[in-house]
Each structure stands twice: as structure tokens, then as C-alpha cells.
Design a protein around this ligand. Structure first.
Ligand code: SF4
Length: 63
């Protein structure tokens, strides 16, 4: 599974990092970045949850 963040859509709420810290991290500008090439298996559920919960639909996860 891969995860992507649309930087232009991210509003720096920090939710994805809270839900799934092994995949998402806020960078120096407060924008979420994906810190892994491949989402670890044990983080797949939280990555999907972050996609569903992101208030601006900035996150895409796909197999
Ligand atoms: S949940 Fe969405 S808006 Fe919030 S920090 Fe993550 S990508 Fe940005």
C-alpha cells in the first residue's frame, strides 16, 4: 500500500500524524508528508483511517 498527501489541500491539522505516526509527519512548514515508501502492514488500517478522517481529503491511499 502507498500513501500520498496533496500538499496544497493539507491544512496542517495534525490528525493524520496523530492517527498514524509511522506513516505521516508534519514537516517544517506544518504540512503532512508521507515518511515511508511503502505503508507497513501494521499501519495499513490507520493509514486508511487517516484518509477517511482527513478534513480536506488531502490523503490518498492505494494498493
Ligand atoms: S489530516 Fe489532512 S489536513 Fe490534517 S495534517 Fe493530515 S493531510 Fe493535512
Amino acid at each position: 500500500m502507498k500513501a500520498y498527501v496533496d500538499r496544497d489541500a493539507c491544512i496542517s491539522c495534525g490528525l493524520c500524524e496523530s492517527l498514524c505516526p509511522d506513516v505521516f509527519e508534519l514537516d517544517d512548514e506544518g504540512i503532512s508528508v508521507v515518511i515511508v515508501d511503502e505503508v507497513p502492514e501494521d499501519s495499513e488500517d490507520c493509514a486508511v483511517e487517516a484518509q477517511e478522517q482527513c478534513p480536506t481529503n488531502a490523503i490518498t491511499v492505494e494498493d
